[in-house]
Design a protein. Structure first.
Length: 538
């Protein structure tokens, strides 16, 4: 009669033991926090991990060569989106990375479906993925009160894990090591001030010479080829679309077809924003305050002075009067900059405003705790205003003509799926899978748009014309999606061509500025339709 209560009381210890087993029985303390101080003979280790593919990493551990003791590292996102920095406070000695592990979608099992309170819940089956590191990395030394900077590791899964009885798999992958330093000093100053004083003025260590296997260039090229460039797209005057991705990738999709031309910015950072300036130059920005300028349509790039390492460039645009605007995410604030348009190879940024936000920078994990991810702030632009949405539920707008700022409350604390705006001033925010709100007065008032139970974030060409994918329920899962169009600002929607098969979840949708070409992201590929969804090209 008391077995359920007994099992409940044992659940926490059993979960803790499972976490220990999955992390290689790691018991050594490596915790790092704002008030952490070095114990005698301890140093700090940092490594940047860029994750490509479908296996999000949750643990990273190293092992002592002398004692065999395994040390878990703590995950921190510091000015990063596609990358994570792992840090650990370790006793002096020689070490080697041991393993990392994460979870991936298990394609051998169908999703589970349940209904609770009228809501349909879809459970995604996962499988544990263990990645041994010893043979693919090198050795490193830790010395008292010094940083050991291991640079950048790129994790590229090369085969999808299958199923097994214990839901655990080892599988093949590529792991290029890049000698590009992590901004460890800036990270320590910002996050661990107690440690910063101890390491000040001391040079950083790295891998032990001769212990790191050097992968051939084609391994790194293959890794970059796996990048999916799917940031918010930028449309240019000739109708082409630009979108950025991890590892300095920018894809340019032509107006007349989907033959993407990929260019590389020489950086390990994700490109989160790109704009084509009025004179044809490309300006790109991304993780860790990275900025670069190209005068030859992406064939070569000139790095610009970086912002702070804690910054993520989330928006770049140019107004009709040629002023350039930039928005960056920081811890608990979004910062807006402007610059005058000149032909100079440098850009002088002027800070316009700091907008407070409850959004915290990235993730912070305990040794055996779950990662806590924080939503980003959002930016959109119209012909006459820059719009920034910050948590909790505030819409800020900057008038290009008057230079005035306006802030208004939004109906929810955050728009989970982002923010869009049309050139003529319709602002669209999606709260959940079927809650979409619009505003015609920059947040002074909001209207709940007619929506469907299963739908993508709608894309509007102007205040009246919009498109989206939406499906009705079919056996508790979404049935085939159809292209829906509106001519009255989202009050009513007409049904068009069927897109995708039954139960296939749709992904983001955009149109070109004229609404004639449709772009969708499907199975991590961008597809183009020029006949209102009747056919699609890759």
């Amino acid at each position: 009669m008391h077995r359920p209560r007994l099992l409940h009381s044992l659940a926490a210890p059993l979960l803790a033991l499972a976490a220990l087993a999955l992390s290689g029985c790691a018991t050594a303390p490596t915790a790092v926090s704002a008030d952490t101080e070095f114990k005698p003979n301890e140093g700090l280790v940092a490594v940047r991990l860029v994750e490509l593919g479908d296996v999000p990493i949750k643990r990273f551990s190293v092992v002592s060569e002398a004692t065999g003791e395994v040390y878990p590292m703590r995950a921190i996102q510091f000015g990063q989106t596609s990358a994570t920095t792992y840090v650990g406070r370790l006793p002096a000695g020689r070490y080697q990375p041991k393993e990392m592990w994460g979870t991936a979608f298990d394609r051998s099992r169908a999703p589970s479906v349940s209904v609770s309170g009228g809501a349909v819940n879809v459970g995604v089956p996962t499988v544990t993925v263990t990645v041994p590191l010893a043979s693919l990395t090198g050795k490193f030394d830790v010395q008292a009160r010094r940083i050991t900077d291991l640079g950048t590791i790129v994790f590229v899964p090369t085969s999808a894990p299958g199923s097994s009885a214990d839901r655990e798999r080892k599988f093949s992958f590529a792991l290029p090591l890049l000698p590009i330093a992590v901004p460890t000093e800036a990270l320590v100053q910002a996050r661990f001030p107690a440690l910063a004083k101890a390491i000040e003025g001391r040079s950083a260590l790295s891998w032990v010479s001769g212990t790191v296997p050097q992968p051939p260039q084609q391994v790194l090229d293959a890794a970059r080829a796996r990048v999916v460039a799917l940031t918010k797209p930028t449309f240019v005057a000739d109708g082409a679309m630009l979108t950025g991705g991890a590892m300095g990738v920018i894809d340019r999709y032509g107006r007349d077809g989907l033959s993407a031309r990929r260019v590389w910015v020489d950086t390990p950072h994700a490109i989160e924003a790109v704009v084509v300036l009025h004179d044809g130059r490309w300006l790109a920005g991304g993780e860790e305050g990275f900025l670069a300028l190209s005068t030859d349509q992406g064939a070569s790039w000139q790095p610009l002075p970086r912002l702070s390492a804690e910054d993520v460039v989330i928006h770049l645009s140019q107004a009709v009067d040629k002023r350039i605007f930039m928005v960056v995410d920081r811890d608990r604030e979004a910062v807006v900059y402007q610059a005058l348009f000149t032909a100079s190879s440098t850009i002088e940024w002027q800070e316009l405003r700091r907008l407070p936000s409850e959004r915290e920078q990235g993730v912070m994990t305990q040794e055996f705790g779950e990662s806590k991810k924080f939503l980003r702030d959002h930016v959109a632009v119209t012909d006459n205003r820059l719009i920034v949405y910050t948590r909790p539920g505030t819409l800020h707008s900057f008038d290009f003509v008057t230079g005035a700022w306006e802030s208004n409350k939004a109906p929810f604390r955050t728009f989970h799926s982002g923010l869009k705006a049309t050139p003529d001033g319709l602002v669209i925010g999606m709260v959940a899978q079927h809650w979409v709100y619009t505003s015609l007065d920059y947040g002074r008032s909001w209207t709940r748009m007619e929506s469907f139970v299963h739908m993508t974030e709608p894309h509007f060409i102007d205040r009246q014309r919009g498109v989206m994918f939406a499906a009705e329920l079919s056996m508790m899962l979404p049935g085939p999606y159809k292209l829906r169009t509106t001519q009255d600002g989202g009050k009513t929607w007409d049904s068009g061509a069927q897109v995708g098969g039954a139960h296939e979840l749709m992904q983001p949708l955009w149109t070109d500025p004229n609404g004639k070409a449709l772009y969708r992201m499907r199975l991590k590929r961008i597809e183009l339709s020029k006949d209102q969804g009747q056919s699609w090209m890759r």
